[in-house]
Design a protein around this ligand. Structure first.
Ligand SMILES: [Zn+2]
Length: 425
C-alpha cells in the first residue's frame, strides 16, 4: 500500500494543530512534530522542528498563545527536531525575554559536535535520503541542561510535573517526556504514528531495536491517555496508545530475537535476511501501525545484524579482498557478450524478476569498454526497471534511493544517445 500524497502531507506536518489534555497540550506539525505544554508561567516546547519549518511552527504557536517559552526539550538531536529555532530566538530578543532553558541528553551534545565536523557530508547524505527536498543546517541552539547516562530528570513548572526519561532507539540520545497530571507522553521519534520504526536506515549510523522495545515497555507502564509522536498524528485514548506501543515492542523484539537466534546458528547475512523475510508474521506485516512508509522490516534486519556483526558478512573468502566490480563485469562479458546479457535481462523482466534483471544489466553497464547501442539499451532498460520498482516501493527512503538511481542515469543516457547519433551508430 502506498500512502496518498494528501496523507503524506498530513504526516509531514501540514495539518491543523491538535489541542488536548484539557487544552494544556498542543501538537503542531512541522516535519518533526513540535509539542507544546501551556502553563500559567509560560510554555514548555518539546522539539522545535527542522530549520525550514521553523517559521511555520512559530506562526502556528502564536495563533494559539502569546506566552513566553521557558523550556525547550530536544527529544534527540536530529535535523528535524532541533533546528527550527530562529524565529523563536528573534522574538525573544525583540521582546527582551529571558532565554529559555534547553534540555537534552549528553549524547545530543556529542551529536551536534559530529554534525559540525561532518557538516558537508551530512548535507550530501540527507540530500540523498530526502531526494534534495529538505534544508539542513549545522547551526545549533545548544543545551543548557544536560541529562547524563540513563538518569531520569524531573522538574516542576507551572503547576505540572515534567518527567524526562533517557532511552536508546532511533538514536543514543533519545529522551521522552511524561506529564503525570495530564497522562501525556511526548515520545519523539520512538514513535512514528504512521510507519514502521526507522531502525535500519540504509544511510545512517547504528540504531537499537532491543532498546527500542524496552522503551515501549517503559512507556506502557505509564498507562497514558495521549501519545504525541515525533512524526504523524496524535494518538488519543488509553487503548489506542497501548496498541501502538505494544505492537512496536512486539515488532522490535521479533526482529531482534529472530536475527540473534540465526546468528547463534552460525548463519551469514544473506541466509538470515531471506529467512527473516519468509517468517515475517502476518500480524506485524498487516498492522496499520507498522506500515513500511519510512522505515521497514527489511531494513530492521540489517540493523540487528550490524549491531552484533562485523563488515565481512558473506562467509565467502572471495569477498574479503574483492576485485573492482567493473573488472569482474569485463570478465563476465568475455564469457557471454553484452547482447546475451541484455536478452537474459529482458527474459527475467518478463518473468517478473526485476531485481535479477538489474544484476544482469549492471554487468553490461559496468563492463562495457567501448560505447555502443547495447550499452544504451541497457542504461534505458535499467532506468525503466528502477522506475517500476520505485512505483511499487512504499518506504520513502527506499523510493528516494531508487529515484536517485534514475536521476543519475538520465544524463548518461542523454549523452550516449547524442554521441552515438553523431557517430551514426
Ligand atoms: Zn524525526
Amino acid at each position: 500500500m502506498k500512502i496518498s500524497p494528501e496523507e503524506m502531507r498530513r504526516n509531514i506536518g501540514f495539518r491543523p494543530t491538535d489541542t488536548f489534555a484539557d487544552g494544556v497540550c498542543h501538537l503542531i506539525g512541522g516535519l518533526g512534530n513540535c509539542g507544546v505544554v501551556e502553563t500559567d508561567e509560560g510554555l514548555v516546547i518539546f522539539d522545535i522542528a527542522i530549520k525550514s519549518f521553523g517559521p511555520k511552527i512559530f506562526k502556528d504557536l502564536r495563533e494559539i498563545t502569546d506566552k513566553p517559552i521557558k523550556y525547550i526539550i530536544y527529544s534527540h538531536g536530529h535535523f528535524d527536531h532541533c533546528f527550527g529555532f530562529a524565529p523563536f530566538i528573534k522574538e525573544i530578543k525583540e521582546k527582551d525575554w529571558e532565554m529559555p532553558e534547553v534540555i537534552a541528553h549528553e549524547n545530543c551534545v556529542k551529536r551536534f559536535e559530529k554534525y559540525r565536523m561532518l557538516d558537508r557530508y551530512h548535507i550530501w547524505l540527507n540530500d540523498q535520503q530526502f531526494a534534495g527536498k529538505l534544508q539542513f543546517s549545522a547551526q545549533t541552539l545548544d543545551p543548557t541542561i544536560i541529562i547524563r547516562g540513563n538518569e531520569k530528570y524531573s522538574f516542576k513548572f507551572g503547576g505540572l510535573t515534567f518527567e524526562i526519561y533517557s532511552e536508546w532507539g532511533e538514536t543514543d540520545d533519545a529522551i521522552w517526556l511524561w506529564l503525570p497530571e495530564k497522562k501525556v507522553i511526548f515520545s519523539g521519534d520512538l514513535i512514528y504514528s504512521f510507519s514502521f520504526p526507522n531502525v535500519g536506515n540504509p544511510y545512517k549510523v547504528q540504531r537499537y531495536p532491543k532498546h527500542w522495545a524496552l522503551a515501549m515497555e517503559r512507556m506502557m507502564e505509564k498507562n497514558a491517555d495521549y501519545l504525541a509522536p515525533g512524526h504523524g498524528e496524535l494518538i488519543a485514548g488509553k487503548e489506542k496508545v497501548k496498541e501502538q506501543l505494544s505492537i512496536i515492542a512486539e515488532a522490535m523484539n521479533f526482529v531482534h530475537d529472530e536475527v540473534v537466534k540465526r546468528l547463534n546458528e552460525g548463519k551469514w547475512f544473506e541466509q538470515i535476511f531471506h529467512e527473516m523475510v519468509e517468517i515475517f508474521p502476518d500480524k506485524l506485516k498487516n498492522s496499520p501501525h507498522l506500515l513500511p512508509m519510512y522505515g521497514c522490516y527489511e531494513f530492521a534486519i540489517h540493523a540487528v545484524y550490524r549491531l552484533y556483526h562485523g563488515w565481512y558478512d558473506t562467509g565467502n573468502p572471495t569477498d574479503l579482498f574483492p576485485a573492482k566490480s567493473a573488472d569482474i563485469a569485463k570478465e563476465f562479458l568475455k564469457v557471454a557478450d553484452a547482447a546475451q546479457f541484455l536478452e537474459q535481462a529482458k527474459k527475467t523482466i518478463e518473468q517478473g524478476n526485476l531485481q535479477l534483471a538489474l544484476h544482469l544489466l549492471d554487468v553490461i553497464i559496468k563492463g562495457t569498454e567501448s560505447e555502443n547501442i547495447i550499452l544504451l539499451e541497457a542504461l534505458k532498460l535499467k532506468s525503466k526497471v528502477l522506475k517500476q520498482k520505485a512505483h511499487i516501493e512504499t518506504s520513502s527512503i527506499a523510493t528516494n534511493i531508487i529515484n536517485n538511481g534514475v536521476l543519475e542515469l538520465k544524463p548518461k543516457i542523454k549523452e550516449l544517445k547524442k554521441k552515438l547519433k553523431s557517430q551514426n551508430l
